[in-house]
Design a protein around this ligand. Sequence first.
Ligand code: SER
Length: 874
Amino acid sequence: MNSSTIRQTFFDFFKGKTHDIVASAPMVIKDDPTLMFTNAGMNQFKDIFLGNKPAKSPRAANTQKCLRVSGKHNDLEEVGVDTYHHTMFEMLGNWSFGDYFKEEAIAWAWELLTEVYKIEKDRLYITVFEGDADDGLDKDQEAIDFWKTWVPEDRILLFDRKDNFWEMGEVGPCGPCSEIHIDLRNDDEREALDGAQLVNKDHPQVVEIWNLVFMQYNRMANRELKDLPHKHVDTGMGFERLAMVLQHKQSNYDTDVFAPLIARLQDAVQQQTGQRIKYGEEGQTDIAFRVIVDHVRAITFAIADGQIPSNTGAGYVIRRILRRAVRYGYSFFGLKSPFLCVLAKVVATEFRGVFPEVENQHSLIAAVIEEEEKGFLRTLDKGIARINDILKNNDAKVIDGKQVFELYDTYGFPVDLTALILRENGRQIDEEGFNNYLQQQKDRSRAATTMNTDDWVELLEDDVEEFVGYDRLEAEVRITRYRKVTVKDKDRYQLVFNITPFYAEGGGQVGDTGYIEANGEKVSIKTTKKENNLIIHFTDALPSDPKAKFKAVVNAGKRYATTNNHTATHLLHEALREVLGDHVEQKGSLVHPDYLRFDFSHFSKVGDEELAKVEQLVNQRVRANFALEEKRAVPMDEAVAMGAMALFGEKYGDLVRVIKFGDSVELCGGTHVQATGQLGYFKITTETAVAAGIRRIEAITGDQSQAWLNDQLTLLEELKALLKNPADVTKALQDLMQQNAQLSKQMEALNKQKAKAIKEELVQKVREVNGVQFLAEKVSLDAASVKDVVFQLKGQINDLFAVLGAESDGKATLTVIISDNLVEERELHAGNIVKELAKEIKGGGGGQKFFATAGGRNLQGIETALKKAEAFLS
Ligand code: SER
C-alpha cells in the first residue's frame, strides 16, 4: 500500500464507524501560552476535553501535523540517530467526545490493524497501565479485560506511569493508555527471543505504532488529578511508522514518505560536490540523510503555517532546526550552498493532496529557507575563520571553554562542529569550562522568566463566558474563576468573567484595558488575552470581594483608536492585492491603538508609486464611508461564497464571523468601525523587508495621522519662515544650496592661495640653530591648511624642525614636524615634544615621531610655547 492509500484507508474505516473526518489543526499554535507547536492530535480538542467547549459531533478522525521539539514531548535528539522518530510527523487519530470508551476503541483498533491492514496478529503486543500509588490509581483491569477478547493474555504487558499514563504537558487533560507495539524482526530472531521482552526497550524493530488514551482526568498545578466532566477517547497512530510496517521496511525513512526526499538530497550532494553518496551505507552519512529529510519537512510545514524563522520563541525553534539540518549537510556532505530550499519543493509536491497549504506557498517557503541557509552558511564560514585564529594564536591542547562558548553564543557556531574541527587538529574543548558558561547562561535566562501559575479557584459553577464587547464597552460582570500567577516574585492575578466587554488579544489586535469596580474599589485590567477558549483579564491585584458584582468598563479611547486601525488593516490588505496582485497574502499583523503593522508576501520592495496608489485607494474607501456589514456565526462555506479568504495557519471554527466594507470581505474576530469615514485619513509611514519574500507596512489613521500631517506642515512653515517666506520654497532652497556650493569652492581656492603665501613667508623665516633648520611661528590658518603647509615645508627643507601655532574655532593648536633623519640623529620625537609644549596652552596632544599635534584652551600660551620650542635643540 502506498502512503496515500494507507491514509485514506484509515479515514474510510472510521467513516464507516460514523466518525466525521476533520482537518488537521495548524502545526503552529497561536493562542496557547503553554504550547508553541501541536505535539499531539488532541491539542485542538483540549477545550472539549476540559469542558470549555462543546464538541461539534461526538466522533471524529483525522491526520494531524505534529511537531515534537520542545516541552514535555521532545524527540529532537533521537531524530536521525534512530530510524523511527521524527520532529514533524503525521498522527492518525480517532476521537470520542464523551461517546464510546475503552471497549470500542480497543475493538476497532484491533479490527483496523488485523482485518483491514492485515498485520499478522502474532506480531502485535499490547501494553496497559499498571496503576500508580502516588496518584492513587489502580491497574487498568477494564482495558485488560477488553483486550483479552482479542489477544492472548501473555501478550498483554503492564507498564508504569512513564509509558502508560499519557499527559499532554505539566498540567491538563490526561489518562491511562494502552499502546499497540509491533515486532518486525525475522522468524529466527523472534524464535530466539520473545518479542515481549523487547517492548519499550528502544529496539528499532519492536516499536509502538498506536496509542489509545482513555482521557478522564485533569492534572492540576499541585499534581492532583481531577475527574474530567466526561470520559473521552484520544488515539494516535504514527503514520510514518504504519507505512514502514505495511510496506515491509526496516525504517520509516525507507518508505515512500521519505524516498523522494532522500533521492533529491543525493542529487543535490552530487551537483554540489561531484560525489554520489548512497543512503543505506550506514554510519554518519545515513544519520545526516535522515536528519536533513526529517528537518526539512518540519521547517517547510512550519513556514506554511505562518511561522517564519526568527530570534525568539517558536521562530527560534524553527531556526535551530533549520540550522541543525544545514550543519549536517555542511559537515557530512560538504554542502556549502543552500540545498534545503530545493528539498522544500519536493515536500510541497509530495503533500499536494493532503496539505495543499505547502504547495500553495512553495515559492515563498523556498525563498525564506534559502535566505536563512545563506545567512547560516556565512556564520559557519566566519566561525571557522575564528577557530583558525584561535588555533594559530594558541598552542594549548585544550581550548578554553570561554572561547568555545563565545563562538557558540555570539557567533551562533554549533559546539559539536567546534569539537569536530578541534579534534581534526589534535586539540579538544575544555568541556567543563564550556558547560559552566552554558549553565550560567541558562540560569540567567531562567531567572529572567520564572513564572509560577496556581490552579484556578472556581467561584461560579456555570461559567460559560460570553463576549459582548462588539456591541458595548460596559457590562455588569461576575468573576467565575481566578488564579494567582507569580512572575519574578510579584503576585499577579488572572480573572475570568461570566460575560465580558473586554476584547482578548487575537487576530493581531491588542487586548483591551480598563477597570472593574465594586463597592467603590477599582481594579485596573492591564490587558486581556485568550487561553483555551477562556477570556482572561490580567490584573495586579485581586478585588477584596471577588464574589461581588462588578461594573466592567473598557478604556474607550484606546479601543476606538485600535478599532480604526483594524478596519484600516482590512482596507490596506484589499488595496495591496489590487495594486500588487493576488499573490499578496497576510503573513502577520499588529493592530495597536497608535498604529498598524501589516506583513505580507511580496517579492520586491513596494515602489513609491505603488505605495501612493495603495494609499489613495484606501483613502477613497474611507471617504466612500462604507458601512460595516457584519455577519456573526455563518457557516464557513457561506463565508467563502461571500468572497472571504481563509488564511493559512489560522484555526477557524465551523461558524465564522465575516466583516465586509465595500468589496473588502474578511474572516475576522476583531472590532471594527460602524463606517469607514471614522478612520479620517490613512497614511503609510514605512515600508520595509521582514524576511525573504515578506514585506512590512506600518500605517496610521485618525488622530495619529492628523498629528503626523500637522507635524509635517509645521516643519514646512518653519522652513519657509527661515527662508523669509519665498513664493517658491523649493526654488529658494535650491538657490541657497547652489550659492553655498559656490562659496565653498571659492573659500577653498582662497585658503589654498593663502596657505601658499604663508608657506613662502615661512620659508624665509627658517633659521639655523645647532645645525638644524628651525622654525617657530604663529600662523592664521585652519587646521587642514596647517597640516598641508607643514608637510610641504618638510618636503622642501632638509634637517627641518618646525613648530606652528594657530587659533582655530577659539582653540589654540600646535603642530610639530621633524625631518626623518633628525628623528634618528638627534633623537627628536614630535609626539613627546608636542605633549610638553601643550602644557603652555593648557591642553594635550600627541602623535608620531615626525609629526604631532596638540590642542588647548589657553590662546595666550601659543607665544610661550613657540619660544620654548627652541630649547629642544640645545
Ligand atoms: N495523545 C496521544 C499521543 O500523542 C494519543 O493520540 O500519543
